[in-house]
Write a protein that binds this ligand. Structure first.
Ligand SMILES: C[S@@+](CC[C@H](N)C(=O)[O-])C[C@H]1O[C@@H](n2cnc3c(N)ncnc32)[C@H](O)[C@@H]1O
Length: 377
């Protein structure tokens, strides 16, 4: 017996509000057409600001706060600016070299103090955890790593791989807590690797303990001779376009009883999202996977547990980064960014205001971070 179709059955096929993943020809093409208008408007606002239009921060934030809840709640398909955002890419990570150039290999004197650089907590370019009462950025990053240690059940003696290790912050903190843990870090950013190489010579750093190994290289080409008890990857999968290939790779590095912990920016919308502004100026081919994308790819690895971390945590982190960026203008304005500094400053202020505000949209319930614990399938 067939049941009577409900309104929800039809709704899936309606242009703009429908489920873009279904690719019903009329609904899909109409939606893609409207997406190009939305992209053009977003770029017009961003590039007017970048090119010098004086818009006070409060007015920009107000604009984002007005528009974004409508998109997230009612028209999430319009937040997928390109078709590639909706499907897996050919390579595990696309545009890696370009990404290093315009983002991760920028002058360290700008990036590192913006993220915060302390005795044990090195620059960490990912969400801090504020919901447990952190008083400042450093404490929020400590709380986040403590929380990860608990969720991953790290044991002293574990051999751990950090897939996209940044400046070695997570490694340094965990090595400081566990005297017998060993860490391997992989990162393509030459500047960030230089930072870690210096720390590996610094007796005050846990990276100099002989328990840290660094590989400068691309996720796409990663190969290791040993297998790991734990693999973690924090804030990296927004640069990974192919979950199937990446999980196959991670599974091949993992011991039989090992666990993988993936921490990513995520959206609780039916489709993945991105933004034409961030694609052009900040993270080429960056995308934010929807919350179900990881468990929907349980071929070589399967998800055993997952957590959604409210976006307000990232909103506060971005606010702290913007304050650090603004405070150090006298130093950062003299560095070489390969473009006029006034333009660079506007690109980065727009980025920090834009993403920072989006994470607070709808009280942080749509755009936050996802954490996934995975084992061999
Ligand atoms: C957002 S940062 C997060 C860094 C670190 N996990 C943290 O939490 O501070 C992303 C990191 O991934 C690295 N990365 C991005 N694409 C990569 C690639 N194709 N190969 C290797 N590393 C990559 C970047 O250089 C950067 O260190």
């Amino acid at each position: 017996m067939t049941s009577t179709p409900t309104f929800q059955d039809f709704e899936k096929y309606i242009p703009l509000i429908g489920d873009i993943n279904i690719k019903d020809p009329i609904a899909y093409q109409t939606t893609r057409g409207v997406v190009s208008v939305v992209n053009a408007v977003q770029m017009a606002v961003a590039e007017s600001y970048i090119n010098g239009l004086e818009i006070p921060d409060d007015a920009l934030i107000q604009l984002f706060n007005t528009c974004m809840p409508v998109f997230f709640k009612h028209f999430p398909s319009l937040l997928a600016p390109y078709e590639w955002v909706l499907k897996e890419s050919d390579h595990l990570a696309e545009s890696s070299r370009e990404l290093m150039k315009i983002q991760y290999d920028l002058p360290q004197e700008m990036l590192n103090p913006m993220l915060g650089d302390w005795k044990v907590i090195y620059p960490k370019y990912s969400m801090g955890l504020w919901q447990k009462g952190a008083a400042n950025l450093e404490e929020s990053q400590m709380h986040m790593i403590d929380d990860m240690i608990e969720k991953m059940n790290i044991q002293d003696g574990d051999n751990i791989l950090d897939f996209g290790c940044g400046w070695g912050c997570v490694a340094n903190y965990i090595l400081s807590k566990f005297p017998n843990v060993r860490f391997t870090g992989l990162n393509l950013s030459h500047q960030q690797c230089e930072y870690m190489r210096k720390k590996m010579q610094d007796p005050e750093s846990y990276l100099s303990s002989g328990r840290f190994t660094l590989h400068e290289g691309d996720l796409n080409d990663a190969q290791f001779e040993e297998k790991f008890d734990k693999i973690l990857s924090v804030g990296v999968f927004c640069h990974v376009g192919n979950l199937t290939q990446s999980f196959r790779k991670l599974a091949s590095f993992l011991k039989e009883q090992g666990t993988v912990f993936i921490h990513i920016i995520t959206v609780r919308t039916p489709n993945n999202i991105s933004s034409p502004f961030t694609h052009k100026y900040i993270f080429p081919h960056g995308r934010y996977w929807n919350y179900d994308a990881v468990p929907n790819h349980n071929k070589d690895l399967k998800t055993t547990q997952r957590w959604y971390l409210n976006g307000i945590n990232y909103h506060k982190t971005f606010k702290a980064w913007l304050a650090n960026f603004d405070t150090r203008q006298d130093i950062v304005k003299n560095l070489d960014y390969g473009m006029d500094y006034a333009k660079f400053r506007r690109i980065w202020r727009f980025y920090l205001l834009w993403l920072g505000t989006n994470f607070a949209t709808c009280d942080g319930e749509y755009n936050g971070n996802g954490q996934y614990l995975m084992v061999h399938a």
